[in-house]
Design a protein around this ligand. Structure first.
Ligand SMILES: *[C@@H]1O[C@H](CO)[C@@H](O)[C@H](O)[C@H]1NC(C)=O
Ligand SMILES: *[C@@H]1O[C@H](CO)[C@@H](O)[C@H](O)[C@H]1NC(C)=O
Ligand SMILES: *[C@@H]1O[C@H](CO)[C@@H](O)[C@H](O)[C@H]1NC(C)=O
Ligand SMILES: *[C@@H]1O[C@H](CO)[C@@H](O)[C@H](O)[C@H]1NC(C)=O
Ligand SMILES: *[C@@H]1O[C@H](CO)[C@@H](O)[C@H](O)[C@H]1NC(C)=O
Ligand SMILES: *[C@@H]1O[C@H](CO)[C@@H](O)[C@H](O)[C@H]1NC(C)=O
Ligand SMILES: *[C@@H]1O[C@H](CO)[C@@H](O)[C@H](O)[C@H]1NC(C)=O
Ligand SMILES: CC(=O)N[C@H]1CO[C@H](CO)[C@@H](O)[C@@H]1O
Length: 895
């Protein structure tokens, strides 16, 4: 058959029957072909779904709670939409035929494992202990020994009984008797299957119809719709002995639960003569934001409440520094500390441990309220106290508010997870126990003492025991364990659907699969509040919301100050408060245990001490480094502060940017820098000091401003040129009106060659700008002075072939220059001892400078005392200083 045909010819010679036949043939051919393409595409996309079931999942399903504000509501909805759009992007195709790397396993597998998810986890886990745990759990699950098959709800349900048959009813297409949920299952549908599904989703009635369909609803079907049983006569695919309705006829059953109605919280503003409740603020802390934690404690503190603090076991800095606060009898740090990862099952273990300790202490609290270092109140604590006093026995949790089956899938509740090596491994699918409702949502909660005693009882009842087994293998257990216990226990009538929090979701930024380094899943994270988000704070005013998150002073401290003033109903401080807009965050402390100081940071710190001793004629001790802090002023990173025994040095980065062609683009460049640890959510690098070593993964961070709004897209090219003049990577930046901030990450092989690297930015073959950055050679390796063996490996970089051809050669050094650079690099790579230090110092001198110096105690001519400066970490910081409780108010004074 001829494959091409000239359509003009067909038209111009309509009489030619022969050609017309060809045309028809051709068209049919095209139709068949496109149909096939469609099929293949469809197959491929389905296949992709099947191979990689990893779905996007809401980390923390906080919704904008109980909003009566239309704008806020629609904002939330569109934020939710973002999440769905995200899913395909975050999927990666897994290798379909996974083979177990048996050579990596030195124990006998307890059973035959064929499940791909398990095999993948077994291959990726590093230690034998973790591999064995994964195998043990997976085999128990396979043998149905891991989870309870069925659990009994103890939420009183009066006349409702699981599986009670109500008979056959007439249904209507446009007016369904059961309209809460609808599902089709061609293989498993049966009354039992459908009842379980509806019960799990919290519905009172389940109905099977047309053999394959399952309907759920909470409204009782009217007796008027009842018809003779013989009208329901279709067989069930999942149970040959049962009938599954018929054509618009439905067999309806009770699921055994009554219609769920969350409690409406009492309004505390209306006459409240209740005795005030005593609250435990359970602070679960991580990180090094000590000054922010103190600021939070200051605003939360009242002598009649309690402050119970869990610090992650790896964070000894925070723990050590906060211990001093135990001089207040109502502040306590637990000594039973856990290492918790995001989404990890250990979180639940930690929370239950804290709760049981709290139950045993002689503190007579009535509520536990969960907070972290990134929360801040949006109402004074007295208001919270009044509110909880009016709602004494209620439990405050926030439900996801979506369709339950969808929630289960998104949240991965139908998967078994195993936690080890600080990771949540997904090992396979599972069935949730029959007989209970599943609920979940936000993991920010306020629970009453009776419920806490029930759920944290050391000898729990069968419901809690069973659910603990399930949630031990659950991703993000704190987001659904308490909800599920609450809904299925005798406390079901105390459920208030409000977690008292407002969360700053910006899913477009926060749902970039944030946590895949610690979980086999995609997670989201809310954004930090900035001044721009202030309207969201104002919105909480008339609503029963008492906290907001997240706040992070290294990102934005201005909003924290504004909030603090707002809470104290003042416009501005009545007196001058020192360093109100400054923030210091510890990076290193000499007493730090466990985590070793970064080798590059230590190398830099030593170089800075050498640099300082040349500059000051003062007899100060620069030998012992005591602390490193990052200093932020007016929400901009300003200095790395190196505090030695009696002197502190403020170090700043030089910006090495040369713009060669300012117009029309580069005059809009607001910054350009190379760093590591880019935070996609906050759109900045968290490596403020910008230290890069042979082991770093550099990123170029850029920001443009006020680009002309002409709808134009600029595709820029970045050349990454190593210290010897080789092109190591080429990456693209695509600039449009709505992508003015961003980052590009080159793929550089480690160890990266130390020395000065260059980046050239091109637009259509024109050099627009360039910048350079240092890869610091190391004086230390894993904490010890580097050996000549390590130097040989680390300081020569990795030699590999260039694959970029000649197209950019005019932007690279010519051969004679390259020869010189290579000679120099070879010479450098052999440097040891003093000559190595000299090389380090010359790089440090090129990229960092000492802007300020102060002394502590020591008297030195012309050098300021640290305490009197406005930048030293020893300068006064009244906003974070905790002194004495004010006897009149029972609280800490603000500053
Ligand atoms: C998939 O895995 C098998 C065995 O582990 C391996 O031989 C094959 O190359 C892999 N295929 C891809 C596309 O990675
Ligand atoms: C796995 O199970 C075996 C046999 O029951 C046991 O000896 C081993 O300690 C378990 N290992 C882990 C890490 O759970
Ligand atoms: C509201 O207050 C009444 C009377 O004090 C109390 O019985 C009821 O349980 C309260 N409601 C909630 C949700 O706590
Ligand atoms: C340190 O010394 C160098 C040259 O010796 C000088 O240029 C620089 O300004 C000095 N810095 C300070 C902070 O004194
Ligand atoms: C820029 O690059 C993107 C993809 O990288 C491409 O879709 C777009 O057409 C390019 N735009 C221009 C103006 O070249
Ligand atoms: C190579 O480049 C250097 C510096 O750009 C220049 O001075 C030199 O003349 C060039 N040599 C050749 C052979 O082009
Ligand atoms: C204690 O608080 C009261 C009321 O706010 C205030 O007037 C007083 O000055 C505070 N006392 C001290 C010692 O600051
Ligand atoms: C249920 C609960 O209390 N959850 C949270 C308590 O606070 C930490 C953060 O510090 C959350 O991650 C928990 O999930």
């Amino acid at each position: 058959m001829q494959t091409t045909i000239d359509p003009k010819m067909v038209k111009t010679s309509p009489k030619s029957k022969y050609l017309r036949r060809y045309r028809i043939c051709f068209i049919i051919g095209i139709i068949i072909l496109s149909f096939q393409i469609l099929l293949v595409a469809n197959f491929l996309s389905q296949n992709k779904n099947r191979i990689e079931p990893e779905k996007w999942e809401p980390s923390d399903s906080d919704r904008d709670s109980g909003s009566n504000n239309e704008a806020a509501n629609s904002a939330r909805r569109s934020d939710d939409d973002e999440t769905n759009l995200l899913a395909p992007q975050t999927r990666k195709v897994l290798n379909n035929s996974i083979q177990l790397k048996t050579e990596d396993i030195n124990f006998d597998l307890p059973c035959l494992i064929t499940e791909k998810q398990t095999l993948s986890a077994l291959n990726r886990a590093k230690t034998q202990k973790c591999k064995q745990l994964i195998a043990n759990i997976s085999c128990l699950a396979l043998e149905n020994q891991l989870y309870p098959i069925e659990l009994q709800s103890s939420c009183p349900a009066k006349d409702f009984r699981i599986g009670k048959e109500l008979g056959c009813f007439k249904d209507e297409k446009n007016f369904r008797l059961l309209n809460g949920y609808f599902g089709v299952n061609k293989n498993d549908n049966s009354p039992k299957y459908c009842i379980n599904l509806c019960l799990q989703s919290g519905f009172t009635y389940a109905g099977v119809q047309y053999s394959q369909e399952c309907f759920c609803g909470s409204d009782e079907p009217p007796l008027s719709s009842k018809i003779p049983d013989s009208s329901c006569n279709m067989k069930c695919p999942g149970d040959p002995h049962a009938t599954c309705g018929g054509y618009y006829t439905v067999n309806i059953y009770q699921t055994g639960i009554k219609k769920f109605m969350p409690q409406i919280a009492n309004d505390s503003s209306i006459s409240n003569t209740n005795k005030p409740v005593k609250i435990v603020f359970l602070l679960t802390l991580n990180g090094r934001a000590l000054r922010q934690v103190k600021r939070l404690l200051k605003i939360l503190y009242h002598k009649d409440h309690y402050y119970f603090i869990h610090v992650d076991i790896r964070q000894d800095f925070l723990f050590r520094e906060l211990l001093a606060l135990e001089k207040f009898p109502n502040i306590h740090l637990t000594r039973k500390r856990f290492a918790t990862i995001w989404g990890g099952a250990s979180l639940l273990e930690m929370l239950r441990s804290c709760m049981s300790e709290l139950l045993q202490m002689n503190w007579n609290w009535e509520f536990i309220l969960n907070l972290s270092e990134s929360d801040f109140p949006v109402k004074p604590v007295q208001k919270l106290t009044r509110f909880l006093s009016a709602n004494r026995h209620s439990n405050f949790v926030k439900s996801h508010g979506r369709e339950v089956q969808r929630f289960i899938q998104k949240q991965g509740l139908d998967k078994t997870f195993v936690e080890c090596e600080y990771r949540m491994w997904r090992v396979g699918n599972r069935k949730l126990p029959f007989g209970i409702q599943i609920d979940g949502g936000s993991d920010w909660i306020a629970l009453s003492r009776p419920f806490v005693s029930y759920v944290a009882n050391p000898i729990p009842d069968s419901l809690v025991t069973g659910l603990l087994k399930v949630f031990k293998q659950t991703l993000l257990p704190a987001e659904s364990f308490f909800h599920t216990v609450l809904r299925n226990s005798k406390f079901c009538d105390t459920y208030v659907d409000n977690n008292l929090h407002v969360t700053n979701w910006k899913r477009k930024l926060g749902c970039k699969c944030q946590y895949k380094h610690v979980v086999d899943w995609c997670g989201c994270s809310p954004n930090d509040f900035t001044l721009e988000d202030w309207p969201k704070v104002l919105n909480t005013l008339a609503r029963p919301l008492y906290f907001a998150r997240k706040f992070e002073p290294v990102i934005n401290q201005a909003v924290i100050l504004k909030l603090e003033l707002w809470l104290h109903s003042i416009e501005k401080p009545s007196k001058r408060v020192e360093n109100l807009n400054s923030y210091w965050q510890n990076v290193y402390h000499y007493q730090d245990l466990g985590i070793q100081m970064d080798d590059a940071l230590k190398t830099l710190a030593n170089s800075i001490s050498r640099k300082t001793s040349i500059n000051t004629s003062c007899p100060v001790n620069l030998k012992t480094l005591s602390q490193i802090n990052s200093f932020h002023l007016n929400d901009h990173y300003k200095y790395a502060l190196f505090l030695y025994e009696d002197i502190e040095v403020a170090v700043k980065n030089f910006d090495k940017i040369t713009v060669t062609k300012p117009r029309p683009l580069m005059d809009h460049l607001s910054f350009l820098m190379v760093s590591t640890d880019y935070d996609q959510k906050e759109q900045l690098s968290r490596n403020f000091i910008r230290i890069l070593s042979p082991y770093s993964e550099p990123v170029l961070v850029y920001k443009f401003q006020n680009l002309p709004k002409n709808g134009k897209q600029y595709n820029l090219t970045c050349l990454w040129i190593d210290p010897v003049g080789n092109l190591r990577d080429v990456s693209g930046i695509s600039l449009e009106e709505n992508s003015l901030v961003g980052h590009v990450k080159p793929s550089l092989k480690q160890p990266i060659l130390p020395g000065i690297w260059n980046i050239k930015i091109l637009y259509k073959d024109t050099l627009l700008a360039q910048t350079s950055f240092p890869i610091l050679p190391l004086e230390f390796h894993t904490g010890k002075p580097i050996t000549s063996h390590e130097i040989a490996f680390l300081h020569s970089g990795l030699t590999y072939l260039n694959t970029f051809g000649d197209s950019y050669s005019k932007f690279l050094p010519n051969d004679s220059l390259k020869g010189l650079l290579q000679e120099k690099a070879r010479f450098n790579s052999q440097k040891q001892d003093d000559s190595l230090l000299e090389w380090i110092d010359s790089l440090v001198n090129t990229f960092y400078f000492i802007d300020k110096v102060c002394v502590n105690g020591q008297v030195c001519e012309k050098i300021d005392q640290c305490r009197t400066t406005q930048w030293s970490s020893l300068a006064p910081d009244p906003k974070s200083a905790i002194s004495d409780v004010n006897a009149t108010t029972g609280m800490f004074d603000i500053w």
